[in-house]
Design a protein around this ligand. Structure first.
Ligand code: PLP
Length: 453
């Protein structure tokens, strides 16, 4: 086992891995205490020596974007080819991180801008992102929140967390709270328990999601104590972040098994990374390893436009090629959704190959993964049920009153539904509006203003 072999290298004075040492190694707090932050330590453990120039360049990178690697994660690096190693590339700084390009942004996803109160990003109607920790076990080199990495590692105080909780309490439309960070599992069991209890006490919150990379970089964090805290609530979902099958080790499998046995649905969000997993075969191997461990591949993210990530970014075509290689070729539940998180806070936009080739009034033309082109004939008649939001006048069995529904319909759904009058979505500040402003004043009545949404 790679991990055991390299443990000995970590403690240079220990030539053999004793039971006692292995017990320490598996203690997550020991892993944190021994987090690797210095280039020299990496050199020692990997048994390599960088020349002075390289060391200087790496140090320069660390000065801007700090390094933190758990001994466990570094132990997964294949020393014989570390420079191409997918684990090494995710944890060890690269001077290319300092090359800024003109499309790099500090906060491409507008997480700070879409924040009504500190710690909360409220972008979608019914769910919020709640940054409950700004500490991570490891600093991923491809972190989308790279701008914040290395800010004072501090756990938000209860008073700070309460601000977010109050916000959620006063937002009855929020039914799904996504704890993220940082890594929520870097909080102590008791602190996390307090947060989960507080959120669970809010009547309109139906689901709590936790995003954590600990099963990948610090699997020993999944302790029996943590499981007990999580088991108290039966509405918790967990998303983790494996990017390569090499990260699925006996230790991480053990952690996933504990979570799955506790009845927690597990998902995985990967990032498409150049030189790491931008290969249909690597991705297929990863999704197979995930489902074999009861983890459902959820998203593959196109790498964001955050500062210092240019060298990780791929062409979008690579992502589509990967999706093409999965759908139909393997189990449907092993196929994630490939998304681009739109710069400027537009949210996640799914991108996939086209399967609907054409259509007429009574038929659609489709193609499958093999390239077979087929048709689906629509029913002779399909009487659309007009919805006026009054369930009393409808045969379907929803039987909701208007008042029961918190949500208002927005976006393309609003254009499609029967009960709204909007017929167009029009950007504000159109050139043609400005040009026609003069005409507007003269002939106001003959003009129909498009709706602004
Ligand atoms: C990703 C994200 C969510 C959750 O999106 P889902 O598609 O529901 O997984 C919620 N809020 C923000 C700000 C996000 O970035």
């Amino acid at each position: 086992m790679q991990e055991t072999i390299q443990m000995t290298q970590f403690k240079m004075d220990k030539k053999r891995v004793t039971d006692d040492y292995y017990a320490k190694w598996k203690d997550w707090k020991w892993q944190i205490k021994n987090t690797i932050r210095k280039v020299e330590t990496v050199e020692k453990i990997l048994g390599v020596t960088f020349d002075d120039d390289k060391r200087k360049v790496i140090q320069g990178t660390i000065d801007k974007f700090p390094m933190a690697i758990t001994p466990y994660y570094l132990s997964l690096v294949d020393k014989s080819d570390y420079e191409n190693d997918p684990v090494f590339k995710q944890c060890f700084p690269d001077s290319q991180e300092l090359q800024l390009t003109n499309c790099d942004m500090e906060d491409p996803l507008h997480e700070d801008k879409d924040s009504p109160v500190p710690g909360i990003t409220h972008r979608y109607p019914d769910r919020v992102l709640f940054h409950t920790s700004n500490v991570c076990a490891m600093y991923c080199r491809h972190c989308t929140r790279k701008r914040k990495v290395g800010d004072q590692d501090s756990i938000p105080s209860k008073d700070q967390i309460r601000i977010g909780i109050e916000y959620i309490k006063n937002a009855p439309e929020v039914r799904d709270v996504l704890l993220s960070g940082g890594d929520p599992f870097m909080l102590s069991d008791s602190y996390l328990e307090w947060i989960l209890d507080e959120i669970s006490a809010i009547p309109h919150v139906e689901v709590i999601r936790i995003g954590t990379r600990t099963p990948v970089v610090l699997p020993y964090r999944i302790t029996d104590g943590l499981i007990k805290v999580l088991e108290k609530h039966d509405n918790i979902w967990i998303n983790t972040h494996f990017n390569h099958s090499r990260e699925i080790t006996s230790s991480s499998r053990h952690a996933l098994k504990k979570l799955a046995k506790a009845g927690i649905p597990l998902g995985n969000q990967s990032v498409l990374l150049r030189g790491i997993n931008d290969c249909p075969r690597i991705m297929k191997k990863l999704v197979h390893a995930l489902v074999a461990n009861r983890v459902r591949p959820y998203y593959i993210y196109q790498c964001d436009l955050s500062e210092g990530l240019e060298h990780f970014r791929t062409n979008v075509g690579k992502g589509i090629e990967i999706m093409e290689s999965l759908r139909g070729h393997t189990s449907g539940f092993a196929v994630p959704t490939y998304v681009i998180d739109a710069p400027g806070g537009g949210g996640k936009i799914p991108v996939m190959p086209n399967y609907l080739i054409s259509w007429s009034v009574n038929k659609v033309v489709l193609r499958n993964y093999e390239g077979v082109i087929t048709t689906y004939t629509m029913p002779d008649s399909y009487e659309a049920i007009e919805c006026d939001r009054n369930c009393e006048s409808c045969d379907l069995q929803l039987k909701l009153n208007n008042e029961d529904e918190e949500d208002v319909v927005v976006g393309i759904s609003k254009l499609l539904c029967d009960y709204e009058d909007e017929i167009t979505l029009t950007p504000e500040n159109l050139d043609r509006d400005r040009r026609n402003q003069g005409a507007d004043e003269v002939d106001e009545e003959s003009k129909q203003e498009p709706a602004r949404i």
